[in-house]
Structure formats: C-alpha cells, structure tokens
Design a protein around this ligand. Structure first.
Ligand code: NAG
Ligand code: NAG
Ligand code: NAG
Ligand code: NAG
Ligand code: NAG
Ligand code: NAG
Length: 479
C-alpha cells in the first residue's frame, strides 16, 4: 500500500516539475488521452485548462510521469490515481465514466488506480477493449467503487505485466474468468467484497508469482481447487465469507510460505488433511464457522509460529488437547461454539502471550484451574460462558472480583465440579460480549436463569454449603 501512495507525493520534487528553461514535454496524443480520461472522471470542467502541464508546471496530484528511456526531452504518464483519497484533486463526478479509448493511448501507464470514484447509482463497467497486449499496466487497483459493476472481461489476461490486480469493494458479479490464469506476473489478487459466484477457476494455480490472494466476501461455491497448492510463493490466502464446500485438499500443505490462512464462514467439511502440518510459517489459522465436525486437528500442535487460531463454530468434538500449551507464540485462541467436552487444560494459562481465550458454548466440565494472574491479565477476554459443567474454586478469584460465570465447585473435587445437568451460568452469548463477570445490571432476557438469578444463586452458595438437591430446588424457584 505504501508503495502505491508514495508516487502521489513524489511529483513536486522531480526536477522537471520546476518551470525550466527547456522542459521535457509529453507527446500530444498521450496528453490528449490523459485529459480525456481524467475529464471523464472528475467534477471540475476547467481542471484540464488550469493544469495544461500535468507533469511539470501545473502538476496534478495523483499523476506520475517519467522521462522516456533514451530521450530526456520526452515525458510519459506512468501512473494515474484518481479518487476520494487524493487531495487536492477534485472529486469524481456523479456521472463519472471510463473513456474507452483513452487507456489505449497511454501505452506507458504502469499504475492505474481509482478509489471511490464510480458511486452507485452511477453504473459503470469495464469495457473489454481497454485491455490490450500492448499495455504496460503493472498495477490495476479499482477499490471501493460501488457503481463499478459487470464482469471481469477475459481480455484482462492480455495484461502480461500485471503484478497487482485489486478490485475490492465494488459491485462486480459473474464468474472469475479462467483466463486470469495467464497473468503470470501477478503477485497480488484481491477480488474481495464483490458478488463473484461460481467456482474458483483451477487456472488460478498457474499464477506462480502470487503472494496474496483475497477472494473473501463473495458468493463463490464448489470445492477448493487442489491447484492452489502450486502457488509456492503464497503468503496470504483469504477465502472467507463464501459458500465453498467439500474438503480442504491436502495439496495446500505445499504452501510453505503461507503466513495467513482464512477459510472462515464457508461450508467446508472435515477432517482437515494432516498435510497442513507442513505449513511451518503459518501465524494465522482461521477456520471459523465451517461444519468440520471432527476433533481438534492435531497438526496444529506442530505449527510453532501460530499466533491466532480461530476454530469456533466448527462442530468440534472431544476434548481440548494439551498441545496448545506448546504454541508459545499464541495470542488468541477461539474454540467457542463447538461441542468440546472434558476439562480445560490448566496449561493454557501458562501461554506467555495469550491475551484472548474463548471457550464459551461448549460442554466443558470440571474445575477451571487458571492462576489468578492469568485470569486478571485476560479480564473480559477470557470467556468460559455457557459450559454447563465448569466450576471455579470459590476463594480463588473472588478477591480480585473476577467472578467467572462458572459457579463455585462444590465440596471436594471428587464430583468433578459437576452440579447437575442444567446451566447455572446458562446465559446466552448475546450478553455484553466478552463479559466474564457476573454483571447484575445486564438485562438477562430469556434462557435459563438471567444474570439476576445467577447473582442470587451465587450469593446463596457463598453463604453456605448447599447440596445438589437444594440447588435444584433453588433453580426451580428461581426460574
Ligand atoms: C497483440 O495482439 C495482436 C492482435 O490481437 C497480435 O497481432 C500481436 O501479435 C500481439 N502481440 C503480442 C506481443 O503478443
Ligand atoms: C453445505 O454443503 C452441504 C453438502 O456438504 C449442502 O448440502 C448444503 O446445502 C451446503 N450449504 C450451503 C449453505 O451451501
Ligand atoms: C455437523 O454437525 C452439526 C451439528 O452437530 C450438524 O447440524 C451438521 O449436519 C453436521 N454436518 C455434517 C456435514 O456432518
Ligand atoms: C466427549 O464426547 C465424545 C463424543 O463426542 C465421547 O465419546 C466422550 O466420552 C466424551 N467425553 C467426556 C469426558 O464426556
Ligand atoms: C436433566 O435435564 C432434563 C431436561 O432438562 C431433566 O428432565 C432431567 O430431570 C435432568 N436430570 C437431572 C439429574 O437433573
Ligand atoms: C466468545 O464466543 C461467543 C460465542 O461465539 C461470543 O458470543 C463471545 O462474544 C465471545 N467472547 C469474546 C470475549 O470474544
């Protein structure tokens, strides 16, 4: 991003921007094409007349120029950036359009970027003819144009030098054309926040220079193509918020440089392939809200650089393995909204960087054995709500008033802390997010036992030893 911005400010400092005895000049047809293009976009009709020398005497913000190779008297436009984020450039007009011929007459253009320029209800699409094999385009960035619609023309494949292709937050639809696979120089592909549908084309695997792929928040369906595994330079893959289904192909284990994997909010099924144990550089593993319906994948325990693991809402079964304690870089672990049972490994509390732990909405049981220091450090970011069998040692956290929602363990730990099959802390997750404390001022609405009842009950338990039967009676009265 920084690289994209820099050139905007560079211009005034270039030597030929100063009025000179003999300034280099732009070829007339190029100047006409530039005026034509920008004239179609911006709101100020007199802009071009007031700025007849966009590269030199009357520089335009957002325009980048370079002297021609071999002829220092000639200037070419190499970068155009128009949009709400360029100042003091005039804003785009409500009827902004893309003059189809103008791009063709800017053969030295390397960067073309429009930000928030075509805004709905203005509706603009990319004419297929604007992309030709004589283009020098390396970066095509059209972001946040709510009126930019239609499909990606397959002619985009003619842009052989394209390194950055970003169409985030527009209104594109249709399928991702398979021709995209011939953009062999592509390093960054961002089609996020549009309405692309259909399958991810297999040809995507031919983009061997790709480092970032973001197709999040679209309507993509079908299975993940195994060819993604051939993208050996890939560092970030975000396919979240789509309708992708089926299993994650084992070939993805070949992505040795991957740092971020986000497949959250899809329809992917388990089990995840063990081959993912080879993603040794992985720092972010986000798989939330997919029907994996398996136990917690063991390969995670071998990925020592992991910082964030999000596997909530995955239908996970069985117990929480102890290996998490060996992931010493972990800062956030989300296991909420699953069907995990068994006890909470006390060793989680020894993770030095852990700042967020969500275990809520599972079937965990037994005593929470975290140190007071750990509970204090995480505060509200430790969430154990809605686990019907969890309890805490009464005296342990109360001095710091960290009242875990889980009730105090009764009597000896021989009963494993279980106090019945109903929820004492059974409150819905809709309460103040992350609130781990018993908060009498919260509005308990519905569910078994509001916050008020809970406080009442806890008070009783503090007062004396209650038997299981007594609690059952109190519950009955309270509900
Ligand atoms: C560009 O396309 C034209 C016609 O579409 C073709 O004749 C020409 O050979 C192509 N040039 C290159 C370098 O591919
Ligand atoms: C999810 O995938 C299953 C098949 O695995 C299919 O029956 C279901 O309709 C899919 N759901 C969505 C929302 O796509
Ligand atoms: C996964 O488990 C959920 C809840 O237990 C269930 O509704 C869903 O049908 C299961 N999906 C698959 C693919 O088994
Ligand atoms: C946890 O759930 C699994 C099935 O999902 C079951 O086989 C196992 O006995 C349960 N363990 C405990 C401690 O409840
Ligand atoms: C467990 O809950 C069910 C349904 O809420 C209830 O019918 C049953 O009596 C409860 N069992 C115990 C031991 O409390
Ligand atoms: C923990 O997860 C639950 C359920 O997904 C959610 O409602 C709650 O806000 C989360 N807590 C924190 C502290 O993020």
């Amino acid at each position: 991003m920084a690289a994209r911005i820099i050139f905007l400010f560079l211009l005034p400092f270039l030597p030929y921007s100063v009025s000179d005895f003999r300034s280099p000049a732009m070829p007339v047809d190029e100047l006409v094409a530039l005026l034509d293009l920008v004239g179609g976009l911006i709101a100020e009709p007199g802009w071009a007349e007031l700025h007849p020398h966009p590269c030199t005497d009357t520089p335009w913000p957002g325009i980048q120029c370079e002297v021609a190779a071999g002829d220092t008297d000639i200037l070419h436009v190499t970068g155009i950036h128009v949009g709400a984020d360029v100042s003091p450039s005039p804003p785009c007009k409500s009827s902004a359009f893309l003059s189809p011929d103008s791009l063709l007459h800017l053969p030295f253009l390397k960067t073309f970027s429009l930000f928030g320029c075509f805004l709905s209800p203005n509706s603009v699409s990319l004419p297929p003819s604007i992309f030709t094999n004589s283009s020098s385009l390396e970066q095509l960035v059209l972001d946040a144009n709510t009126g930019l619609t239609g499909e990606i023309p397959s002619s985009v494949s003619k842009l052989k030098r394209l390194r950055v292709f970003c169409l985030s937050q527009n209104a594109f639809h249709g399928v991702i054309p398979e021709e995209i696979g011939s953009l062999r120089s592509l390093q960054e592909l961002d089609l996020s926040y549009n309405r692309f549908r259909g399958e991810i084309p297999v040809e995507i695997g031919e983009l061997s220079s790709l480092r970032i792929i973001d197709l999040s928040s679209n309507e993509l369906q079908g299975e993940l193509p195994a060819s993604i595994g051939s993208l050996h330079s890939l560092q970030k893959i975000d396919l979240s918020l789509n309708y992708l289904s089926g299993r994650v192909p084992p070939e993805l284990g070949e992505l040795k440089n991957l740092v971020l994997l986000d497949f959250s909010n899809n329809n992917l099924t388990g089990p995840l392939p063990d081959a993912l144990s080879r993603l040794n550089e992985l720092e972010y593993f986000l798989m939330e809200n997919n029907p994996l319906n398996t136990s917690i994948p063991l390969f995670l325990g071998g990925l020592k650089k992991l910082q964030v693991i999000g596997i909530s809402g995955c239908g996970l079964l069985g117990s929480i393995p102890s290996f998490f304690a060996s992931l010493v870089s972990l800062t956030a672990l989300s296991l909420d909204k699953n069907s995990l049972n068994g006890s909470v490994p006390e060793s989680l509390g020894s993770l030095p960087k852990l700042g967020q732990l969500n275990l809520s909405q599972n079937q965990l049981s037994g005593e929470i054995g975290f140190s007071e220091e750990f509970v204090r450090r995480l505060g509200k970011r430790l969430d154990v709500r809605d686990n019907h069998g969890l309890c805490t040692k009464v005296h342990k956290y109360q001095e710091d008033s960290f009242n875990l929602e889980a009730p105090p363990c009764l009597g000896s730990t021989a009963n494993n802390g279980r106090i019945g099959n109903n929820s004492l802390g059974g409150n819905s997750g809709d309460q103040e997010p992350g609130d781990l404390k018993i908060n009498p001022s919260s509005n308990g609405n519905g569910g078994t036992g509001s916050w008020h009842e809970l406080g009442f009950l806890s008070g009783l338990i503090f007062l004396g030893q209650l038997t299981l039967q007594a609690i059952a009676i109190v519950m009955t009265l309270a509900v």
